[in-house]
Structure formats: structure tokens, C-alpha cells
Design a protein around this ligand. Structure first.
Ligand code: 5CA
Ligand code: ZN
Length: 427
């Protein structure tokens, strides 16, 4: 399906060649992320289209937008793929609860997500496929895994679903490093079915679910059914990016089982590592708990936008936190971002301004150091404060900083782009 449109930023002057070092979840250490020349390839797990786009989602896609912008600043080509889980149990359950057609729910939520991503100035993926558009690729992948002896059918005469032998598969790597007890508990919490009778091992992952009455299904050589969740991302990434692409990304709630299982499917079938590195963003919460669809403690980007909050302020409120931290959304944080945005705008539109070169170099350095956005923001704060304080003709205009903040941080400092007020209801 179509993604959304945000223009690729123009290259800014100065030296952007330094590599990016970031925390790789697979090794637990800082690693160089991306090649030194050519094309950087990455896959980020997209939404399951209901309750979108909440601030936690936005934080995750913004994290990978920073990665994207650093790669572009290095002069690399970037190949970015994101999926949409447009058929899966949670989506079907929500559609059933609300008495709407699951396809209509998905379509509306994807449209809203596109609007939110555009407003937040998040650069789009080149491919944006849905699970429902990838059925043939999923089926072909499962058939190959079955030929390798790593997929079997559960012993259930009514619904002999297909499962992947996670722990025994040659391409399984313990990405999350969990012991079996912890893995079982997390698997059960995050959509797994450890207790399903007929499985060979409780951690085996569903790859093809046979059709049930009232559920969507597709005819296939495996029988009429629909894809499991993890195999969807393996198939979409392999099909569009090939093997051993630079990064698989998502929120830290996806490390296990989702990323470990997707990687195991793909590695087993190809004999090559799925991704070279895994990056994960922290979880955003509200009132002391992780923001999640199941708890319903959600703050929506679209609601804030409709209340008149400038999307650039939402972006700054998120960038004020390091991407790996877990943190709680607060309206005082949003207020601080609104104030910061106003100060930055005033500084870039001042007739005078400090030379921006060293600040731009510091933004670049901060982002290359494990995507340290708070450090980059502090550098711009210092520049803006200094620029507003001086009264001298011996200065430069605002152009360089305006372009750098747009290209590297994705924050639009042009005047009159949208409202920055209307927060009084919460503050
Ligand atoms: N469709 C799957 C991935 S294939 C999925 O997890 N969808 S989702 O809608 O539940 O989440 C979309 C993305 O937002 C995922 O990368 C997830 O890790 C991230 N995410 C979900 N909740 C939060 C949160 N509270 N804070 C930060 N990121 C979150
Ligand atoms: Zn995924």
C-alpha cells in the first residue's frame, strides 16, 4: 500500500561523514550501524492498525526517523521498509468488539497514521506492505521451512495449524538472551500460545492459522488460512530487503518473542543472519504504566493536533528523551517543548544570530553517539539562548541553523507553519 509523503531533506553543509554508533540489542553493546558507503537498509515493525497513533508509537517511529536522517546526512542511500499488520488477532478482536468490519477499521487507522506521520515530519518508507498483500510470500516461506523440517502441523484434527520449531531451528539465535522460564512467561504475555495442545514445544511459533468460521482467510497450498505474526515480518523484510540488512527496529516490547522469532524463520530459510543489528526504543507510559492498547491509557497524536498543538512541539517533547529510556508522558513535558520551540523559532528568525557551525557539528556528533537527541537539543538551546542574548552586527543570519534543525532533527522552525497555543485545557 502507499506510505505517506515527507520530502527528503537537502544535504546541509559541513562534514557529515562520521559513522553512527548505537546500542545493538543482539550484542548488548555499541556497534557501528550502517555501511560507510552505498545503501543502508532497514526494516521497522509497523502498526497493527487500531488505536493509532498513540504517543508510544510516535516515539518509536521518531527514533528510527533519527537513524534515517543520520544515514542521509552521511551521504548514504537509504532503503527503508515498514509493514502494516493489517490482519491479526488483536485487530479482529477490536473490530468485533466495536461491531465494525476489520478491513474498514484497518483502512481508517492506516489513513490516520499516515496523517500523523506526515504532521510529525517522519520520513516515509519506500515500501509499506500490509500482511494481506503478502500472503503468497508468507506461504512460500512456510513451504521452504517445511521442506527443511522446521515446520509441522499440530496434532488437532479440527484445526491442524502450522508451527515453527523455534528452539531446534538451525537459524535460531537467542536475541533476547532469556532463559526458558522467562521466555515462556513473556511469550504467553505477548500473543504466544505456550499451552496449545499438540505443539512439540511450548515456544514453537504459529506460522499459518487454518480458517475458523467468521475469520478472514486466504486459499493456499497450505490450506485455507492466514499468516502468523512473526512470519509476516520475516517474509516482508526478506522479499523487499533481502538478507543481512542493517537494522531491524521497533519498540523494546518486540525483542521477544517477535524479533527473535522473525529472525529465526528468516535465518533458517536463507542460511544468513536476518539483520546485522537490532535497535529498540524504550516504552512510553502514562500515569505510571506502559501506554498500551490493552490498558487503554493512550494519548493520541491526532487528538493533540486537533486541539491545536503544533506537531513540531510533539516531536520536541519526544526528542527530549533518549530513545532507549522508558519514560512517562506528561503535559508539563509538552509545555516545555512548546516553550522550547518558541525560543528556537525566535532565535532563528532574529536578525542576528551566532555562527551555527560548531552547534551543527555538535548536533551531528550527538546523533552519531547512540542517537543522543537530548544532547542535540541542549546544543540548540545553548545556540538559541546565545543568539537571543547578543546585540551585535558581527553575526550570521539564521539560515544554516534552520536548515540543520530541519534536516537532522526533523523540526520545522519556519514561522506560521501551525499553532503553538491551545494547551490551556491540560495545564
Ligand atoms: N504490528 C506489530 C509489529 S509487526 C506491532 O507491534 N504493532 S503495534 O501497533 O502494537 O506497535 C507498533 C510499534 O509501536 C511497535 O514497534 C511497538 O514496539 C511500538 N510501541 C507500542 N507501544 C509502545 C509504547 N508504549 N512506547 C513505545 N513504543 C511502543
Ligand atoms: Zn514486526
Amino acid at each position: 500500500m502507499d506510505a505517506w509523503h515527507v520530502p527528503t531533506p537537502s544535504r546541509i553543509p559541513g562534514d557529515g561523514s562520521a559513522p553512527l554508533v548505537a546500542h545493538d540489542s543482539a550484542t548488548g553493546s555499541l556497534q557501528q550501524i550502517g555501511p560507510d558507503a552505498g545503501t543502508a537498509r532497514f526494516y521497522v515493525c509497523g502498526i497493527t492498525p487500531y488505536d493509532a497513533t498513540h504517543i508510544g508509537h510516535a516515539n518509536t517511529y521518531l527514533t528510527f526517523d533519527l537513524l534515517h536522517r543520520v544515514w542521509l546526512d552521511r551521504g548514504l542511500q537509504v532503503h527503508y521498509v515498514q509493514n502494516v499488520t493489517d490482519v491479526d488477532d488483536p485487530l479482529l478482536e477490536r473490530a468485533e468488539r466495536d461491531g465494525v468490519d476489520w478491513r474498514v477499521l484497518a483502512r481508517e487507522q492506516i489513513a490516520l497514521f499516515r496523517e500523523d506521520m506526515t504532521a510529525l515530519n517522519v520520513l516515509p518508507p519506500q515500501q509499506y506492505p500490509g500482511a494481506t498483500e503478502t500472503i503468497d510470500e508468507v506461504v512460500a516461506l512456510i513451504e521452504k521451512l517445511r521442506d527443511l523440517g522446521t515446520v509441522y502441523r499440530v496434532d488437532d484434527p479440527e484445526y491442524p495449524d502450522y508451527y515453527f520449531t523455534t528452539l531446534d531451528a538451525p537459524g535460531h539465535v537467542a536475541l533476547a538472551g532469556l532463559d526458558e522460564q522467562a521466555a515462556l512467561a513473556t511469550f504467553a504475555e505477548r500473543g504466544g500460545d505456550p499451552d496449545r495442545p499438540g505443539k512439540r514445544h511450548p515456544l514453537d511459533a504459529l506460522v499459518w492459522r487454518m480458517a475458523r468460521p467468521g475469520e478472514p482467510s486466504w486459499p493456499s497450498a497450505l490450506g485455507e488460512g492466514r499468516p502468523g505474526w512473526h512470519i509476516e515480518c520475516s517474509a516482508i523484510a526478506l522479499d523487499n530487503l533481502g538478507t543481512s540488512f542493517d537494522v531491524q527496529g521497533g519498540g523494546s516490547d518486540l525483542i521477544f518473542p517477535h524479533h527473535e522469532m522473525s529472525a529465526a524463520h528468516a535465518h533458517t530459510v536463507s542460511g544468513h543472519p536476518f539483520a546485522r543489528h537490532w535497535l529498540h526504543s524504550g516504552m512510553v507510559g502514562l500515569d505510571g504504566e506502559k501506554m498500551s492498547k490493552s490498558k487503554g491509557n493512550l494519548v493520541f497524536v491526532s487528538r493533540l493536533r486537533h486541539e491545536g498543538v503544533d506537531p513540531a512541539a510533539i516531536r520536541l517533547a519526544l526528542l527530549a528523551h533518549h530513545y532507549r529510556d522508558d519514560w512517562m508522558w506528561t503535559y508539563s513535558g509538552l509545555r516545555a517543548a512548546v516553550d522550547r520551540l518558541a525560543m528556537w523559532r525566535e532565535a532563528v528568525h532574529n536578525d542576528t544570530g551566532l555562527n551555527a557551525d560548531s552547534t551543527i557539528a555538535e548536533i551531528r556528533a550527538a546523533l552519531r553517539d547512540d542517537l543522543d537527541a537530548p544532547r542535540a537539543l541542549a546544543a540548540v538551546d545553548a545556540w538559541a539562548g546565545g543568539s537571543l542574548a547578543i546585540d551585535s552586527d558581527d553575526t550570521e543570519g539564521p539560515g544554516a541553523m534552520l536548515e540543520a534543525v530541519d534536516a537532522l532533527l526533523g523540526v520545522d522552525l519556519r514561522l506560521g507553519t501551525s499553532a503553538t497555543t491551545a494547551l490551556d485545557w491540560q495545564l
